[in-house]
Ligand binder design. Sequence first.
Ligand SMILES: C[S@@+](CC[C@H](N)C(=O)[O-])C[C@H]1O[C@@H](n2cnc3c(N)ncnc32)[C@H](O)[C@@H]1O
Length: 386
Amino acid sequence: MSRGNLALKNNMEQSLPIRVVRGHKCLASYSSKVYAYDGLYKVVQYWAEKGVAGFTVFKYRLKRLPGQPQLVTNRVHFIRRKGHKAQSVLPGLVCEDISHGQENIPIPVTNVIDDPPLAPEGFTYVKSIQVASNIKIPPNGPGCNCEEGCTNPKTCSCAERNGSDFPYVSRNGGRLIEAMGVVFECGPNCGCGPKCINRTSTREMKHRLEVYRTLEKGWAVRSWDYILPGSPVCEYVGVLKRSDELDNVSGNDYIFEIDCLETIDGIGGRERRMHNVSLPRSHANRKDAKKSESVPEFCIDAGSSGNVARFINHSCEPNLLFQCILNSHHDPRLARVVLFAADNIAPLQELTYDYGYALDSVVGPDGKTKKLPCYCGAACCRKRLY
Ligand SMILES: C[S@@+](CC[C@H](N)C(=O)[O-])C[C@H]1O[C@@H](n2cnc3c(N)ncnc32)[C@H](O)[C@@H]1O
């Protein structure tokens, strides 16, 4: 015996467990395979037999060690079968579709953690942004004169707003090229049709998502499909509100501050790009805007009404990024927030984005700084969300 064969035999003799990683065919992946970690096993038996080519081959019987999370392979087999016919056999299924038919693809919820296994409650699923009654959405901005799909960045006025280029490439139904302070998509006043590449974020969801219960972070979201970098995953949907109205509200974990101006200021090199982007003057400089008390800031509150994005957790090493998008009016303070893949995302990997809190930035009603431990598990984890 040599190499792997010998190593497995030694593991058996020394009672050392081994880690098992299985490969599964996946044509959407660059390597045509995805790999799933299946946990610790021990080698309980080995024997030699004649292989099909006539050589002696060693075979091993492995036994999974008890007390580990459920076998990932079962899930990979389930999701690779595609379709939802067999959804009822999904382990821990507590809800077949949390969107109650609103999304084009059902979003099942599973819970193999709690006993009894509960489903998420206390909110209403909404597919699109709701607007608080005291907020006035500005009228739709001017559109481009392109016909059917926008293809020429030199003549398309929407491309011009994005720095004379389209923010998306058309492969795989549209993928964001790079994160920008704000993306101007085509909207109601544009001449192009619904298939235009510059409407990528407004199309129906294309990945099969699952909401699932975790041990330490409550609910979380994962995809059953391979997600390519730059693909839109979902919009952050909830009620559009003035942020100052929520200043005294505590215990709402589902508020997303719309901060594309901060994003523009904060991301290295973006300012230069901004010279080509026609933001309304009064908002083009966040520091000036902050000085004026009359400029309100807005947020999306998914506490009582929201979509699947409200279940996506924070990670210090995220695989999603959020992108502010304007496609009807052009006021960046009221931009839509859409989550895109920042990386190749294998099936069943948790979807996460960076919540972007500064440490010690959250103060409780008692005036004391609040601290929340982070369980993202990343090697570079800051150990606290805030
Ligand atoms: C928008 S919710 C995300 C969904 C949430 N896990 C749930 O059960 O509904 C944000 C809250 O989730 C929890 N959370 C998100 N990311 C976390 C992390 N990395 N570590 C610990 N808790 C996290 C925190 O309680 C946070 O306030």
